[in-house]
Design a protein around this ligand. Structure first.
Ligand SMILES: Cc1ncc(COP(=O)(O)O)c(C=O)c1O
Length: 366
């Protein structure tokens, strides 16, 4: 499988041992529930909020969040994290800047973004992209000018789903400097591996100044069930909570949590904690470096052997190569995702050079 950003490499034996330990405490056996704000007193005794907080604190360090300005949850997945980013941003902008925001994103953003914007009743503005599919900050400035006077809820993508483009966060932040804004970064696809590479500064919260971040856990990490990380500046979360807490109550929980679902999975945060351990970190770092080297290798071989496919890699931090759609048999055999007459390969840790080499041979009909 080369067409989707799902890491099929099995977790190490240590993960199964960790799972067995959790099960001895009933986690994954009886109805543990992480309902509520993981940083507030829990309404039920059977929860894993301390594990969830530790995951968020460790991941916050990967993404350069200051320890005293961080809040987050382990979510149901990248889409759920994006939903939290859009909703919290919408309410925060209304509350702090007193206006109905306009949501800005490009046509290369994940399909969940326009869908969620629709769900939230957000006005939207399409921002143009450059030739590689990354947001054009000059066009963002033009769109902002068209909606002058309204706060901006900007969704930037670090690793667009099909082309693997990286929206230029520093230039986007610069375009937003004089506009009341909330910048949500959808790094569902690249957020897992970037912190372990030389490209880590692309996703450094304090350096770039974004407000919230979405990452999928089942993509690069290969966590064996859908899950996500949602991280946000604590100052933003607290202002959001103050605003929604004035209109909504959840007295029976003891606090209004601000999360968008009441009950939340308690097993995944406890299990995902293993992925933030030093042992797992070393393996993830090696995988991260290897997938980028293998992506460069694939791109070079595609260019040399199949120039007619016009292969493209949008950014040196990308693990995606896209090209003209090959024969149906190759598309089916490698489960290639296709769009507008093109297909792409997403180089995940299970896709080493042997599999990529076989794919190249099959492309040539060999
Ligand atoms: C950029 C981007 N955002 C969001 C998502 C959705 O993430 P999830 O499948 O974890 O809901 C994807 C999935 O491919 C993605 O590529």
């Amino acid at each position: 499988m080369l067409g989707y950003p799902i890491n099929l490499k099995p977790p190490p034996a240590g993960f199964e041992r960790w799972r067995r330990r959790l099960r001895r405490y009933g986690i994954g056996v009886i109805a543990y529930n992480n309902g509520g704000d993981p940083y507030a007193p829990a309404p039920v005794p059977h929860h894993t909020h301390p594990f969830e907080r530790r995951v968020i604190e460790r991941c916050g360090r990967w993404y350069g969040f200051p320890a005293d300005d961080l809040w987050g949850i382990v979510s149901h997945g990248g889409t759920d994290s994006n939903l939290h980013g859009l909703r919290l941003g919408q309410v925060w902008l209304r509350h702090v800047h007193g206006g109905e925001p306009v949501c800005y994103f490009t046509a290369e953003a994940h399909y969940s973004i326009p869908h969620l914007a629709d769900l939230l009743g957000l006005a939207t503005a399409a921002v143009a992209t450059d030739a590689e599919g990354a947001m054009d900050p000059e066009d963002l400035s033009r769109q902002l000018a068209r909606h002058r006077g309204r706060p901006a809820l900007v969704v930037a993508t670090v690793g667009t789903t099909f082309k693997g483009a990286v929206d230029p966060l520093p230039a986007i932040a610069a375009a937003l400097a004089d506009v009341p804004h909330f910048l949500h970064v959808d790094a569902a696809a690249f957020g897992g591996y970037l912190p372990h590479t030389a490209h880590a500064p692309l996703l450094h919260q304090e350096a770039v100044g974004f407000d919230a971040l979405a990452v999928s856990c089942h993509k690069f990490f290969g966590f064996p069930a859908p899950a996500g990380l949602f991280l946000i500046r604590r100052s933003r979360f607290e202002a959001y909570l103050a605003a929604v807490g004035r209109r909504h109550r959840a007295d029976y929980l003891g606090h209004f949590p601000g999360t968008l679902s009441c009950s939340r999975d308690a097993v995944k945060p406890a299990e995902f904690l293993y992925y933030t351990s030093p042992a797992m970190q070393a393996r993830l770092a090696a995988d991260a470096r290897r997938i980028l080297a293998d992506t460069a290798w694939l791109q070079a071989h595609l260019e040399a052997r199949f120039p007619a496919l016009a292969p493209r890699r949008a950014h040196p931090a990308s693990n995606v190569v896209w090209f003209r759609r090959p024969a149906d048999a190759v598309v089916r055999r490698y489960h290639l995702a296709c769009q507008d007459g093109h297909a792409h390969v997403v180089v995940m840790p299970h896709a080493g050079r042997e599999l990529l080499g076989r794919f190249l041979d099959d492309l040539g009909g060999g």
